[in-house]
Design a protein around this ligand. Structure first.
Ligand code: GLN
Length: 484
């Protein structure tokens, strides 16, 4: 049962093949047995999950079941969950129990979904390898010596290892898509404003967006429909109709215009990944998609622009963690300044401190124009690149990450190399566009992801392309040998 998708579980539950209690008990047992080696979870909410499963079974029997009734999933530990620990992967929030649920958590729960636990992540979602977590790195189920990517690495590893069929994640620069690519899962980051950020701990507010990690596009469509929609508690939430994604993805892709990003296949891309992605695009072409080449001339500026904008916003967002209003409080301090310094010094890890310092610097009076303002201008140029590309194509495509999963420790000494892992994903965040990664091949036994980006509100086209691809390929079914 652990290898079933959400859609398969939903059908099985409806037929009465098994109960939600069976499903949840089986997965909890698997988490208990296997998470020791993966470290994908920070908290497992076993008791609560069994209670909710019991209620879901009753609701089904009484005919009052929601769209996700009795279906299990896990939440990235960046989403506030009432009465359950929410750490954001940081010592700063080591004992924070939220008094309320994030909008995403609330919506999924009201549709009947069952939370199995909270997943490990890079500290405050800053990282591409899960190695910045206060709770230690997550291991990639495809090779335990490698990283599952980050920052939603716990979510991705848990889905890949069949500890859960689905997980939530957040994506500020690639944190849903890059781990999805490195673990052979599907990850979608919706349009900025599509999903409420209420109760999602902020990293860089103009870039952060919640999404999901699943094994099929079908499952992603099912969850996205429930998660999406206007929320007045998030001032950047947009009131735009939510389509029935699940119904729309069945449409064939004949005539869909897909632009291959020329710059994405330049130097820097692993050859095996390039071949896998090209092969995936040929498959889409065989199904009737029309391929062409498009340019994103400012690609090289994505990473530098992001690493000005994101730290600037994070330095402001994280100022609330001062040991007084929020977060870890240091003991034995001399005065108020010492309380601030010691609490923040002890509560934050090295990468978070690096970002706060960079952010404070680029926002300072003397450097604001040279860095922050300049980055905002380049951000516009990058958005313009996408807008121009979408004049001639419906979607653009390329690799999600420049290489397959890298070894734990391989990039920790060199932040710049780590930052470059997000080169293909960051543009979509800077431009607020929806984007998806789907399994499309293997290089030496390690998964490769196909990256698709669409214009604003084109989630259904992204899911449709991925779903149609999954109907004729088996890459997404591949499971790490030890987790079958
Ligand atoms: N890896 C990028 C960073 O470290 C993106 C993180 C994210 O999307 N949350 O900032």
């Amino acid at each position: 049962m652990h290898s079933m998708t959400l859609v398969e579980l939903r059908d099985g539950l409806q037929r009465g093949d098994f109960s939600s209690r069976d499903v949840v008990a089986g997965l909890l047992e698997r988490i208990e047995a296997r998470d020791g080696e993966l470290n994908a979870f920070i908290t497992v909410t076993a008791e609560q999950a069994m209670d909710v499963a019991g209620r879901a079974d009753d609701a089904r029997a009484n005919g009052g079941a929601g769209a996700l009734n009795g279906l299990p999933l896990v939440h990235k530990d960046i989403f506030c969950t009432r009465d359950v620990l929410t750490t954001c992967g940081s010592r700063m929030l080591e004992d924070f129990v939220s008094p309320y649920d994030a909008a995403v958590v609330e919506r999924l729960a009201s549709a009947g979904a069952i939370m199995l636990g909270k997943t490990n992540m890079d500290e405050f979602a800053m990282g591409s390898s899960n190695e910045t977590s206060y709770y230690g790195p997550v291991r990639n189920p495809w090779d335990l010596s490698r990283s599952p990517g980050g920052s939603s690495g716990g979510s991705a590893a848990a889905v890949a290892a069949r500890l859960t069929p689905a997980a939530t994640g957040t994506d500020t620069g690639g944190s849903i898509r890059q781990p999805a690519a490195l673990t052979n899962t599907v990850g979608i980051k919706p349009t900025y404003g599509r999903v409420s950020r209420y109760g999602m701990i902020a990293f860089a507010s103009s870039l952060d967006q919640a999404g999901v990690i699943t094994r099929t596009a079908d499952d992603a469509a099912l969850l996205l429909k429930v998660m999406s929609g206007f929320d007045e508690r998030d001032s950047t939430s947009i009131d735009h109709p939510v389509p029935d994604y699940e119904a729309l993805i069945g449409k064939p892709i004949k005539g869909l215009r897909i632009g291959m990003v020329r710059q994405h296949f330049d130097a820097g891309l692993d050859e095996g990944c390039a071949t896998a992605v090209r092969e995936a695009l040929s498959e889409l072409e065989r199904q009737g998609a029309v391929l062409s080449e498009v340019d994103l001339p400012n690609l090289d500026y994505c990473v530098p622009t992001y690493y000005v904008v994101a730290p600037a916003e994070c330095s402001s967002n994280l100022s609330r963690f001062d040991g007084v209003r929020f977060g870890h409080r240091a003991d034995n301090v001399e005065d108020l300044l010492d309380l601030y310094c010691s609490s923040r010094g002890e509560g934050f890890g090295a990468e978070v401190k690096r970002r706060i310092m960079t952010g404070t610097y680029v926002l300072s009076a003397g450097y604001y124009d040279a860095y922050y303002l300049q980055a905002q201008k380049v951000r516009h140029l990058i958005s313009d690149d996408f807008r121009r590309a979408f004049e001639s194509v419906d979607l653009i495509a390329g690799p999600t990450a420049p290489e397959p999963a890298f070894g734990l420790g391989d990039k920790t000494d060199d932040p710049i190399t780590m930052y470059l892992n997000d080169i293909y994903t960051i543009g979509a965040n800077l431009a607020g566009l929806p984007a998806l990664s789907a399994p499309c091949g293997m290089v030496d036994g390690l998964p490769v992801g196909l990256h698709l980006v669409g214009p604003h509100w084109s989630e259904e086209t992204l899911l449709q392309a991925a779903h149609q691809y999954q109907l004729v390929t088996d890459w997404h079914k591949a499971c790490p040998e030890a987790y079958k």
